[in-house]
Design a protein around this ligand. Structure first.
Ligand code: GLP
Length: 242
């Protein structure tokens, strides 16, 4: 794993946007794995600004999001569909056919998971997967204890994750209890991974990821065995790392 140290969130966002845009501009065909959460918002904003200045083409780009809550509509401001639309997609020349996000309202959720996997396969896998990290070390919604070869599946969210994500909802009781997420095996099949870590609340998880042996209690630690991972972290997140 390569660690890139950023001074602050702004620089982290700039480095991440440059990293992604280089691939977008160079590749003839690109399958991008995307993430939600507050961490990538600055990166997405800079990608939008690049488009406004340079009219970068996205006609060769396909996207797959990591996860979505079960039981909330795509038009619900707390859905990851809505997040992606507002924070990125509506500002880029990208059509709905190019975008994939798990359908948390599917009648048959197991079938939706299988379909999601087959769609990724049909695009010959993910070239670059962008990741954030939960304070308990989750990636996507793969909570501690998730098996290393898991594929896209339905998860019961932990209380810690529901509590940290409750800031976006009116009340904790409104935070969904389940989500669909790419599995750790799905994420590990990506050809390249870019993990963004920002803020003191992630510093313990980042320290464990960098300094301890891989352990299922820290799902992100599986990244240690991936051949092509770049971590961009800001100084707050790096507070325990020497
Ligand atoms: C959610 C998402 C994760 C994300 C995490 C951290 O749980 N499912 O993909 O990495 O939040 O979010 P934030 O960047 O807001 O700290």
């Amino acid at each position: 794993m390569r660690l890139v140290s950023a001074n602050d969130y702004q620089q982290l966002s700039q480095l991440a946007a440059d990293f992604i845009l280089e691939k977008v501009k160079q590749a003839e065909k690109l399958t991008l794995g995307l993430a939600t959460g507050s961490t990538p918002i600055g990166t997405y904003q800079l990608i939008i600004e690049d488009y406004q200045h340079n009219k970068t083409s996205y006609s060769h780009v396909t996207t797959f999001n990591l996860d979505e809550y079960v039981g909330i509509k795509p038009t619900d401001p707390n859905s990851y569909h809505y997040f992606m639309e507002q924070k990125l997609f509506k500002h880029l020349p990208i059509t709905s056919e190019q975008i994939h996000i798990p359908n948390g309202l599917a009648v048959d959720l197991e079938e939706e998971c299988r379909l999601y996997e087959s769609r990724i396969k049909a695009h010959e896998g993910i070239d670059l997967q962008l990741l954030g990290i939960g304070s308990n070390g989750h990636i996507g919604f793969n909570e501690p204890g998730t098996t290393v070869n898991s594929r896209t599946h339905i998860v019961n969210l932990t209380e810690e994750t529901r509590r940290s994500n409750a800031r976006f909802f009116e009340a904790l009781s409104e935070v969904p209890t389940q989500a669909i997420t790419m599995g750790l095996g799905t994420i590990m099949d990506s050809k390249e991974i870019l993990l963004l870590v920002s803020g003191k609340s992630k510093s313990k998880a980042l320290f464990d990821l960098l300094e301890k042996k891989p352990d299922p209690s820290l799902p992100a630690s599986i990244l240690d065995s991936h051949p092509n991972v770049t971590i961009i972290a800001d100084q707050d997140a790096l507070q325990y790392v020497k």
